[in-house]
Ligand binder design. Sequence first.
Ligand code: AMP
Length: 327
Amino acid sequence: MPKPIVLSGIQPTGNLHVGNYLGALQNIVKLQNLGDYQMYYFIADWHSLTGEMTAAERRRQIMITAAELVALGLEPEQLTLFVQSHLPEHTELGWVLSTVTPMALLQRMTQFKDKAEQQTKNINAGLFNYPVLQAADILLYHATLVPVGEDQAQHLEFTNDIVRAFNRRYGDYFAPIKPLFTKTARVMSLLAPEKKMSKSLGADHVLELADEPKAIERKLKRAVTATAGGGKSPGAANLLELLQAFAPAKIYQEFAEAERQGNIRYSELKQALAAAVSDYFSAFRKRRAELLASPRELPEILAQGAERARSVAAKTIAEIRRLVGVR
Ligand code: AMP
């Protein structure tokens, strides 16, 4: 039996933060290490054109993201790691799929509405068409499992609607996809713990994986633990969850117990968490720096990933061309 094909990706939008790690990447590393799946992971640079980055920033972010993924433990030998734009097949399939996609389907996508509210001065057609390219990313490799949080279920339904539309028109070709739901954390901002941790809130709202120990300590010192009406503090709950994720179990249990007893000292919690996070990502920081300093290592990894991806993508595109009658 061939292993089920799993695909996921991330935009090259800058240094990863602990929310990205606990909400997505830790799970990818786990799935990779299980060895039960054939895995593809890509840096979604074509998708990032819908955002606000300059060309120079984008070029830099792609390499930083690649370095961080490898430093986190994505193994190019075990998982096909590649940059989306290295394969023109993504945009080619995206075009074909857009011609079987009803406008009404796209108009229902909530992510477009959210993004349009976030970047009111740049509501481009790419933002609107984004789900079509996302469907192409998945279907190009005949992936059948996509790791997602509950909030992305709509995108998978959309992809399956496209699968049905394509198959109706050109014959049974694509198989439907399924979400691979996994338990992942939702990490909150350090300074506004009622909001999801995100760099768009500001640099001091997030703990970046590459942050040096001094920066981690400084940001955690400022983290909000006060409560509005004397009830449970959402900021403290968030810090405790981070402690559970990154500190030895014994240390977490001590603080969790103090919280239950009502005698927790937040300054000590912050110090313990700063030490734990610094320690947890210390090998990561070293490896990331090495990769970024090497002129050859990352380009070689990404070229090898693109080659492996291409061997599948090119076959899909040749079949698609025949099916739609352009060859
Ligand atoms: P983004 O760059 O926001 O699209 O995030 C990339 C990945 O990280 C997605 O799978 C998100 O669901 C996940 N992610 C981003 N921020 C958080 C957060 N604060 N908590 C948990 N997961 C997150």
